[in-house]
Design a protein around this ligand. Structure first.
Ligand code: AP5
Ligand code: MG
Length: 217
């Protein structure tokens, strides 16, 4: 059982790599962005205020994120090993995670140039049902049938925050708040960097890092 964190700017491939890991290693993918979007979709009052925040590209309040994460960590499937995607996103969240009784084996930083990220975000389309991601700006990431999920056949949609303007804000938030978290884990000796410009390369490098931390048990 391994627990890993993926830290990276918007569009670097956290969700894409996590889905591959779920298929290959049966790990559990915890995407905070997906959890928040599910709340927005529910139409609740909380969802409405989350939506406003997320459309600015800023982070949602820490206290709310801690509540969501505590609840998610208490579910039994987390014993299979987890991939944290989108948590922690600032050093306060990293310190809180240390108190949450979840041992982290590796923190993996996915490195991609800003211009490439912008192209990916603007071209990204996602499956609203299974969460699979595609990209109209990349021939290898296009769905086999236009606007249709290869995996489950649902009609693909665009995320509301996937505009050039909101990307700029998300990227700035990442640089200000999340990038310093890398230093936090570097000091703990569990930070790994990989180039994330090719989907298969990214996945294989992550597998190697997980193997290097010891047997799966
Ligand atoms: P979240 O949903 O996590 O958004 P994000 O961090 O901006 O990341 P993305 O989901 O856009 O990118 P990704 O790295 O998953 O890339 P993907 O695999 O899709 O968070 C959304 C919002 O929620 C935040 O802005 C914030 O408001 C809030 N929030 C979330 N967590 C929070 C927290 N802890 N605290 C407070 N607020 C929080 O890939 C992108 C595209 O690239 C795809 O089209 C794919 O086909 C392509 N691609 C992927 N990998 C590769 C590769 N290796 N090579 C080539 N192409 C690739
Ligand atoms: Mg994602």
């Amino acid at each position: 059982m391994k627990n890993i964190i993926l830290i990276a700017p918007p569009g670097a491939g956290k969700g894409t790599a996590a889905k591959q890991l779920v298929d290959e290693l049966n790990m559990v993918h915890i995407s905070v962005g997906d959890l928040l979007r599910a709340e927005v979709k529910s139409g609740s009052e909380l969802g409405k205020s989350l939506n406003e925040k997320m459309q600015t590209g800023k982070l949602v309040e820490d206290s709310l994120i801690f509540e969501i994460m505590r609840k998610r960590f208490a579910e039994p499937d987390t014993k299979n090993g987890i991939i944290l995607d989108g948590f922690p996103r600032n050093t306060v969240q990293a310190e809180e995670l240390d108190k949450m009784d979840t041992t982290i084996d590796a923190v993996i930083y996915l490195d991609v140039d800003r211009k490439v990220l912008e192209d990916r975000i603007v071209g990204r389309i996602v499956c609203p049902d299974c969460g699979m991601g595609y990209n109209t700006n990349s021939t290898e990431m296009m769905p086999k049938v236009e606007n249709t999920c290869d995996k489950c056949g649902a009609t693909l949609i665009k995320r509301k925050d996937d505009t050039k303007e909101i990307f700029d804000s998300r990227y700035d938030t990442y640089m200000e708040e999340t990038y310093p978290v890398l230093e936090y884990y570097k000091n703990k000796g569990i930070l790994y960097n990989i180039d994330s410009t090719n989907k298969d390369h990214t996945f294989n490098e992550i597998l190697k890092i997980i193997e290097s931390t010891g047997p799966m048990a």
